[in-house]
Design a protein around this ligand. Structure first.
Ligand code: ZN
Ligand code: ZN
Length: 334
């Protein structure tokens, strides 16, 4: 099969992904083989390629927002059938037996594997995944529209949940820092739940997108909003935003960090944290997050804005992402 392969860690500007032929994977006994039709491009793919995550498995096929159809079933798979349209997300497999898995926190599993980082992902014609870890995709969405839901969407949804937002959040003031793929989706869920959204981004086009999606206010990353915020989520990987967000958070407010990687957080005065403000990170997702989000996404329905690239243009897609030149989410069409 054709795949876009990373052989060694390198800056994306050097175009390290190589379009090449590799053996088509075979499904293990509990896995399905998916014929990939679309794969979303995520900032985490950049972190994998540029070596910002702590482990490196090479060579690797990146990509963890995979949409495709089931082409073969492992011998023990009973819950999927040939032709099913499914998504393969970042959470590839958990162990089911560690203290976190047994406590309903499989996102923190000690032995989890992750798609496109520790096992091959979806910048390819085919991919395999455990049948229990793929999600049926609602008919509401085309393949390209659905791809960004699988990481940007699910992680944004978990970030909202960990911020304390739910279907009963009318009037809550939510700040969103960084207005890329995750924010484009999270704002739609937050508005659906009745929250007011305040968008902080250095990019004027992204401020316009935020207004178009119903933001109450949009300003620069370090601007003061017209009112103090109940909650804030940071999607941009910039540690200095933690200070900026704490400055505009009300007493008792929660600041949620949605990224897998962030630059160093500068020293700060304790007064910024005092009065029971909470800073917490988001790590991966549970399968329940994914299923719940896809149900809500179809109900709303979420609209994703995508910029489509061919498999041969994977380097270009990632370069565009790194340099803020993608509006919405880059999606590779296979
Ligand atoms: Zn586990
Ligand atoms: Zn991702």
């Amino acid at each position: 099969m054709k795949a876009s392969l990373l052989r060694s860690i390198a800056a994306i500007e050097t175009n390290p992904l190589e379009l090449t032929e590799v053996p088509t994977p075979q499904p293990g006994e509990d896995q399905v083989l998916i014929k990939v039709s679309a794969c979303g491009v995520c900032r985490t793919d950049l972190h994998v390629i540029e070596g910002e995550l702590p482990r490196h498995v090479l060579p690797i096929i990146p990509g963890h927002q995979i949409i495709g159809r089931v082409e073969r079933l492992g011998e023990h798979v009973a819950n999927r059938k040939l032709g099913d349209r499914v998504g393969i997300p970042w959470l590839h497999r958990t162990c089911g037996g560690c203290e976190y898995c047994l406590d309903g926190k499989e996102n923190l599993c000690e032995r989890a594997t992750f798609t496109g980082w520790l096992v091959n992902g979806g910048y390819a014609e085919y991919a395999v995944a455990p049948a229990d870890f793929v999600y049926p995709i609602p008919d509401t969405f085309s393949d390209e529209e659905a791809a960004p839901l699988l990481c940007a969407g699910i992680i944004g949804f978990r970030s909202l949940r960990l911020s304390g937002l739910s279907g009963r959040s009318p009037g809550r003031r939510l700040g969103i820092y960084g207005f890329g793929a995750a924010a484009h989706i999270a704002i739609q869920v937050a508005r659906h739940w009745g929250a007011e959204v305040y968008a902080f981004t250095r990019d004027a086009r992204h401020r316009q997108s935020a207004h178009d999606l119903g933001a109450t206010w949009a300003g620069g990353s370090f601007d003061a909003p017209p009112a103090k915020l109940d909650n804030a989520i940071i999607f941009a990987p910039a540690g200095e935003l933690v200070i900026a967000a704490l400055k505009v958070l009300k007493k008792g407010g929660t600041l949620t960090l949605g990224g897998i990687h962030m630059s160093t957080i500068p020293p700060m005065d304790y007064q910024l944290l005092y009065h029971e403000r909470v800073v917490r990170s988001v790590a991966n997702n549970t399968r329940q997050d994914g299923l719940d989000f896809l149900r809500v996404a179809a109900e709303i329905p979420i609209r994703t804005q995508v910029q489509v690239f061919d498999l041969a243009e994977a380097n270009a897609a990632l370069n565009a992402l790194k340099h803020d030149a993608v509006r919405g989410t880059a999606v590779i069409r296979i």
